[in-house]
Design a protein around this ligand. Structure first.
Ligand code: PMP
Length: 399
């Protein structure tokens, strides 16, 4: 019989819990069950018309060949224009590397920076992929727990305490997936004070939810000019332009890091899809009204979701300031049972809702926060109403 040993790499990391839950939901749906998906992290809107038109034109204009590894020159220019327009940040094309989604951008950066044993500080809760990429690179994940009371934000004292001589990088998202926390300029400035004392640390700032902000202005930690050279901004078109399937992400970094990412990408995927790149030039430089129309709709859904969640006993709810998730503390239900199923942790809670309420969610353990569960509000208002009514009923049965 053929025997084979897969590489040890595969046992070092887990598959994304978000995708696993979506798959379980799809399997139930295939059996005829009416499952409402609150597990996935993508806008339910169609890509705006002017971007689709740009894609059609790119096909007709025969943009069908291999692309430069770091992205077309006009796209890297367009990314610089976007940074100036939205963030008042000056970058040159040599700072920009375009990739097959922000996920690849993150993978490039982490593989470019992290060696075996290097520590990467990640405040919890964090996006599922962060910790796994660090493990793939044989680095050490240093989780720092933030609390609902602190608005799920890291304090300067916590950051200072987590830093060791082995700290290579700090990785966070604002707006945050899954908590919805958004750092203010003053909060970033307070973290910057700590980073100034530790000049060797690279700051990885995932800003993919930049436009989906309900409370104020997006602030980037790269605005502090003395830090900018060691900040890597990760961003992409998936969320702000409803383009998840187009697979287009990018970084802004110092040229040394940018070159390293380009080198890695040259062996993994080469330059990303030509049609998506040509469309991205239009998306990034055109009027942003369609994006902000989506945000208006997310704002209404956020309000309604908050009302519905607050009406359910036992759910401790942090009000998201950005992104499109709600991440309540559900630990009140741990230890309770409906007579058949006992809930002991966030995985049980999530599975209980899938099996009894037919609503998919993602367990908080996947984000480094075992007391919570993530629910998306990137779904229609009708589905949101229906899903939370079912959740309320299912939770009322737990005693
Ligand atoms: N960062 C965060 C915080 C995300 O939520 C996601 C998508 N879920 C990504 C990066 C990756 O986005 P993409 O690869 O679609 O560009």
């Amino acid at each position: 019989m053929f025997t084979m040993q897969l590489s040890s790499l595969l046992s070092r990391f887990a598959e994304p819990e978000t995708l696993k839950m979506a798959k379980l939901g799809r399997e139930l749906r295939a059996k005829g069950v009416d499952v409402i998906d609150l597990s996935l992290g993508e806008p339910d809107f169609d890509t705006p018309e002017h971007i689709k038109e740009a894609a059609k034109k790119a096909i007709d204009d025969n943009w069908s060949h291999y692309t430069p590894v770091a992205g077309y020159a006009d796209l890297r220019e367009a990314v610089c224009v976007k940074f100036k327009r939205d963030n008042n940040l000056e970058y040159k094309p040599e700072n920009i590397v375009v990739s097959t989604g922000a996920k690849q951008s993150l993978a490039n950066v982490i593989l470019a920076l992290v060696d075996e044993g290097d520590e990467v500080i990640i405040p919890t809760p964090y996006w599922v992929t962060y910790s796994e990429l660090v493990k793939i690179a044989r680095g050490k994940v240093v989780e720092v727990h933030t609390t609902t009371e602190a608005g799920f934000k890291l304090t300067p004292a916590q950051l200072e305490k987590a830093i060791t001589p082995k700290t290579k990088a700090f990785l966070f998202s604002s707006p945050c997936n899954p908590s919805g926390a958004v750092y203010t300029k003053a909060e970033l400035e307070a973290l910057a004070v700590v980073f100034r004392k530790h000049p060797g640390i690279v700051i990885l700032s995932d800003e993919i939810y930049e436009y989906i902000n309900f409370t104020g202005k997006h602030e980037s930690i790269a605005q502090f000019s003395d830090l900018k050279d060691r900040v890597v901004i990760i961003n992409g078109l998936s969320k702000g332009f409803a383009m998840t399937g187009w697979r287009l992400g990018y970084i802004a970094a110092n040229p040394e890091i940018a070159k390293a990412c380009e080198k890695l990408q040259g062996q993994f995927t080469s330059g990303t899809n030509s049609i998506a790149q040509k469309s991205a030039v239009v998306a990034l430089t055109a009027d942003l009204t369609p994006s902000f129309d989506m945000v208006k709709e997310f704002t209404a859904r956020r309000e309604r979701t908050l009302q519905l969640v607050k009406a359910i006993p036992g759910l401790k709810c942090f009000e998201p300031q950005g992104a499109f998730y709600i991440f309540p503390d559900v630990s009140y239900y741990y230890g309770k049972s409906d007579g058949t199923t006992k809930i002991t942790n966030s995985a049980d809670f999530s599975m209980y809702l899938l099996n009894t309420a037919h609503v998919s969610s993602v367990m908080g353990d996947a984000f480094g926060e075992p007391a919570c569960v993530r629910f998306s509000f990137a779904n229609s208002m009708g589905n949101i109403e229906k899903a939370w009514a079912r959740i309320k009923d299912a939770l009322a049965r737990l005693k």
